[in-house]
Design a protein around this ligand. Structure first.
Ligand code: FE2
Length: 194
């Protein structure tokens, strides 16, 4: 799920919340649509991994992921409704996500649970980095949206720690740290299956 160049497209609005400048609202809706795409994609990817993990860590990883799916779906709903609240139209169809997103589909299929954790660490890294960019970009136009994104980022960063703890050494190192592709991270992670 490597990031290509991120492009934020402002949406033209007929109205927005009281006291907000139209330009600020249009920019904020564009930023939120990008985050909605990332969260929708993440929710689907988490389920894909939930279904495809194998190996001795199967049950730990399989059961860890469902609460993350629930939390991310809640973030999807909150983000889409913030777009509508600002007078925008949230785009939630699969075609819109694929057309607008700046990253590739998750690349692992059935694979060892620890290799999936190494790849998922990179997925979370992309989503968290995007959230942090959006937090910085919404400081001025809309602190209410910024507050929502900050709450989401705290949860997403905690989930990334859950994932990283599966590949971290007792010395606190990440053997996949230098990797920038999911396949590369999966290769660098220790395998527990044949
Ligand atoms: Fe399930």
């Amino acid at each position: 799920m490597a990031d290509k160049a991120r492009e934020i497209t402002p949406q033209t609005l007929r109205y927005t919340v009281p006291g907000m400048k139209p330009d600020d609202a249009e920019l904020t809706v564009g930023l939120l649509q990008d985050r909605l795409n990332a969260l929708n994609d993440l929710a689907l990817t988490l389920k894909h991994i939930h279904w495809n993990v194998v190996g001795t860590h199967f049950i730990a990883v399989h059961t860890m992921l469902d609460p993350q799916v629930d939390a991310v779906r809640e973030m999807v709903d909150t983000t889409a409704e913030r777009i509508a609240t600002l007078g925008g139209s949230p785009q939630g169809t699969p075609g819109a996500i694929v057309a607008q997103r700046a990253w590739d589909d998750y690349s692992l299929g059935r694979d060892d649970a620890i290799k999936h954790m190494a790849a998922l660490d990179l997925v979370y890294a992309g989503v968290v980095a995007g959230h942090r960019e959006a937090i910085a970009a919404t400081e001025e136009p809309d602190p209410v949206t910024q507050d929502m994104l900050i709450g989401q980022a705290a949860q997403l960063e905690q989930f990334q720690w859950f994932v990283r703890a599966h590949i971290e050494t007792t010395g606190g190192e990440l053997p996949t740290e230098q990797q920038d592709t999911e396949a590369g991270a999966a290769d660098a992670a220790p395998s527990t299956t044949v």
